[in-house]
Design a protein around this ligand. Structure first.
Ligand code: NAD
Length: 497
């Protein structure tokens, strides 16, 4: 079954099918029938119908359901790890140790966060009134997610939305919908009421576009490329919907001359290759002080050569394939073009047993200048550029020299340099002497053209709630003092001027 609407798995109504393929061998895992207009309408209607009861459930009731959901996910962790590994081409070690435990922790976190909505104290900010704050759910959330972390992205979209009392229609990428469907199914088994979570498998250009413009969708929450993010903003304008955008990234990895070089080399390898580099926060641009430059290149290239590409089901595999043949061609094309203007070390499509999958070897692109395609545009593959700098000013300028601002890291033992980098690099997250770790309690989200709004953490609850001011008159007077702005007080009290 391809759709999850109103608590049930159903087929899409278009009759058009898409094969969900294992990118490590090209084999079809499941054929799904795509959603169309009727499915969009049915899912949005189900979410709309479920909203009144779910938004009025007490925080404790929503929390209890999420707590049970976390426990059920824990029981089915291996099933999720296997399915995520197969549909997205992730090494099983990654899904077992990162994607699935991270998702379970997120559910557990939002079970607690559901009971912790905050606001200003009720009080008499005017002597004649008592003011209080209500923090309310927004309504039906239309959400669209990408293929790189299908399960985690579904969790990041769904959990804060429903913890805050909203209902949701999620459209995952059509090439990786399977764990989002299973996620909704298990949530329902845990007690999330029918209609609260709906998942539509369909194309962005049809189902996605319709969801964005649906009059009964109150808010849009999108994770994906900056190009499509602009489309989301345009669509939101048609009905003035609230928008939350998590877009592309091109994270700098700045190595100052006092850095622990070995730590930086290891950090760059793991930070650039996680999820085969298909990570919006992945280290993509190493900016390295000239005194360490060649040693850094040598160290990273040495470790890249040792990385084991292999079958995703093998726990010894370090690096899986790219998500599709199409994406493999895009990555290979960018690297090939870079050969004309930079020093490319490694890279290429492996042959032999791996040829049936969309694998690509780790690639270092040294001497990439800031105006080059490989330095500026998202590659979204196992590719790290390296660019030298002389002064700290230059390093910070280079770090900020892209339209993106999602994540960055600074490598130094000097606390003043670290403080300067964390203050001056324009990104939603800056690590010091590390790159990649995320945690449920802390926000994730960008600056500049990486979007706006936060995922994870209690900050994400701000995105999915609206603050309402309620003001009570305290005087009981029929003619209130402030009415003198219209009439004089004597007129108001029937005494004339
Ligand atoms: P994408 O923008 O091509 O697609 C994302 C989603 O949008 C998919 O579900 C797709 O079907 C849908 N879509 C495409 N065109 C649409 C349209 N016209 N209307 C409505 N929906 C449409 O991105 P992708 O290739 O799936 O994912 C990779 C991108 O996602 C990268 O740019 C990456 O940086 C970004 N990303 C960002 C974050 C973050 O948190 N900032 C996290 C993960 C991925």
């Amino acid at each position: 079954m391809s759709q999850f609407i109103n608590g049930k798995l159903v087929e899409g109504t278009t009759g058009e099918t898409v094969d969900v393929k294992d990118p490590s061998n090209g084999q079809t895992i499941r054929t799904i029938t795509l959603a169309g207009s009727d499915d969009v309408n049915a899912a949005v209607q189900a979410a709309k119908d479920a909203f009144p009861a779910w938004s009025r459930a007490t925080p404790a009731e929503r929390s209890a359901v999420l707590t049970k959901f976390a426990a059920l996910m824990e029981e089915r962790a291996e099933e999720f790890a296997q399915l995520e590994s197969r549909q997205a081409g992730k090494p099983i070690r990654l899904t077992r140790e990162f994607d699935v435990p991270g998702t379970i922790d997120n559910i557990a976190f939002f079970a607690g966060a559901a009971r912790n909505l905050e606001g200003k104290a009720t009080g008499e900010y005017s002597p004649d009134h008592t003011s209080s704050i209500r923090r309310e759910a927004i309504g039906v959330i239309g959400s669209i997610s990408p293929w790189n972390y299908p399960l985690q992205m579904a969790a990041w979209k769904i959990l804060p939305a429903i913890a805050a009392g909203n209902t949701i229609v999620l459209k995952p990428a059509e090439i990786t919908p399977l764990t989002s469907l299973l996620f909704a199914e298990v949530a329902t088994e845990a007690g999330v009421p029918d209609g609260v979570i709906n998942v539509l498998t369909g194309r962005g250009s049809t189902v996605g576009a319709e969801l964005l413009r649906h009059p009964d969708v109150d808010m849009l929450s999108f994770t994906g490329s900056t190009v499509v993010g602009r489309t989301v903003l345009e669509a939101a304008a048609t009905t003035a919907k609230r928008v939350h955008l998590e877009l592309g990234g091109k994270a700098p990895f700045v190595v100052f001359d006092d850095a622990d070089l070995e730590a930086a080399i290891h950090g760059a390898v793991a930070g650039s290759l996680i999820n085969t580099g298909q990570d919006c926060t992945a280290a993509t641009r190493a900016i390295v002080h000239s005194s360490l430059y060649e040693k850094f290149i040598e160290g990273v290239a040495g470790l890249y050569a040792k990385v084991k590409l292999g079958p995703t089901q093998d726990p010894a595999t370090d690096l899986g394939p790219l998500v599709s043949r199409k994406h493999q061609e895009t990555v290979a094309g960018m690297v090939e073009r870079a050969r004309a203007y930079a020093r490319v070390i490694g890279g290429g499509v492996p042959d032999g047993d791996l040829a049936s999958g969309s694998y690509y070897r780790p690639t270092l692109v040294a001497d990439a200048t800031p105006d080059s395609e490989i330095f500026r545009d998202e590659v979204f593959g196992p590719v790290l550029t390296v660019t030298p700098f002389e002064t700290d000013d230059e390093a910070i300028t280079l770090a900020n020299d892209t339209p993106y601002g999602l994540a960055a890291s600074a490598w130094t033992k000097d606390v003043y340099r670290a403080l300067r980098a964390t203050r001056e690099i324009r990104a939603g997250a800056v690590w010091v002497n590390d790159h990649i770790p995320i945690i449920s309690e802390m926000p994730h989200g960008g600056m500049k053209q990486s979007g706006f709004g936060k995922d994870m953490s209690t900050y994400s609850l701000d995105e999915y709630t609206v603050v309402k001011h309620v003001m009570f008159d305290l005087t009981g007077a029929q003619a209130k003092d402030w009415h003198r702005t219209i009439f004089t007080l004597n007129e108001l009290n029937g005494k004339g001027q």
